[in-house]
Ligand binder design. Structure first.
Ligand SMILES: C[S@@+](CC[C@H](N)C(=O)[O-])C[C@H]1O[C@@H](n2cnc3c(N)ncnc32)[C@H](O)[C@@H]1O
Ligand SMILES: [Zn+2]
Length: 294
């Protein structure tokens, strides 16, 4: 089998590039990582694993897939595609028909892959051919993601030690997942775009009101990480009508609340949560530093 030379996983043990050949990713130091039958690779070293089964559990991942596949967060996915088109070379460059507009895009904490899959389709519809990859520390999440988006490269890995070669990505998407800004800075190419999505103040607040006696709203992050320039901050807020009890349960199961509250409280919540607010805080950063004119 031919090695895949245009992709950039790097070895988690020695940081050399990994080459794919005969069912395994191998570096020059002969560290080797088998490709799983679903198509992903496990690049999580024991020292980056904080528990036996790190990250979101299989039940949370299944619930997340059930909820996201209904399209409730589609406005956010559309917003991310629009930002990629607006702020990357692939979006602004007009090329002769014989040449493709490509974009290398990495999803930090990709979960079960619904976002990357929707973003991939959205970019293809805009005439852009994305090369997409994602990592998550949860193995059941990565298994599902690899099955969903066959065109993507997926690895079980920590976003605090990203197994990608430096300066290889045009854009990074990070939705509701932890990561290291130094790692994102390292893997982005010059001028690279970082789309960071976190919960806005109103996000699922109706749910919090029913769970806690004194619910607190999310506070939004306004810091600009070192080495980046803030391009835009956006707030995306919309109501969601959750008429089906099954969808209400899926939403609850993908949050930590489900696993903290009593059965009685759970039943009351499931019976009452018909309408909820989605509120996303979107920050767009460029790796380029501002032009001071000096
Ligand atoms: C709230 S979910 C968001 C998943 C996905 N981005 C989405 O919005 O559907 C957070 C994800 O971060 C993952 N995660 C937590 N810590 C991580 C780490 N250190 N490295 C990689 N993924 C991590 C979890 O397993 C989970 O899939
Ligand atoms: Zn190695």
């Amino acid at each position: 089998m031919q090695p895949i030379s245009s992709f950039f996983w790097r070895c988690p043990s020695c940081s050399l590039a990994l080459n794919y050949c005969d069912g395994a990713w191998t570096c020059e130091n002969k560290h080797s990582f088998d490709k799983a039958k679903e198509g992903y690779v496990n690049l999580l070293l024991a020292q980056h694993r904080n528990s036996k089964e790190p990250g979101d559990s299989k039940a949370m991942i299944t619930a997340r897939r059930r909820f996201l596949s209904e399209g409730y967060y589609q406005p956010l996915m559309d917003e991310i595609v629009a930002a990629l088109v607006k702020h990357t070379q692939a979006g602004v460059q007009s090329k002769p028909e014989s040449q493709e507009n490509t974009l290398s895009l990495f999803d930090a904490g990709c979960g079960e892959g619904q976002y990357l899959s929707a973003i991939f389709s959205g970019l293809v519809n805009q005439g852009i051919t994305p090369k997409v990859s994602g990592v998550d520390i949860s193995k059941p999440a990565v298994q599902k993601a690899a099955k969903l988006l066959k065109q993507g490269q997926f690895a079980v890995a920590s976003t605090y030690s990203v197994p990608l070669c430096s300066a290889t990505q045009d854009a990074v998407v990070q939705v509701f997942a932890p990561s290291s800004e130094q790692e994102i800075h390292r893997i982005l190419d010059d001028q690279g775009l970082w789309i960071k999505v976190s919960p806005g103040p109103e996000h699922l607040f109706e749910l919090k009101q029913k769970v806690y006696d004194t619910p607190e709203k999310h506070t939004v992050d306004t810091l600009v990480p070192s080495g980046f320039t803030l391009l835009e901050t956006k707030s995306l807020t919309f109501p969601m009508n959750l008429s089906s009890p099954e969808i209400r349960e899926a939403l609850l199961m993908m949050t930590p609340f489900y696993w903290q509250i009593s059965e009685t409280k759970k039943d009351a919540l499931l019976a009452s949560l018909m309408s909820l607010t989605a509120d996303f805080h979107i920050q767009l950063f460029s790796k380029a530093l501002p032009n001071t004119g000096l």
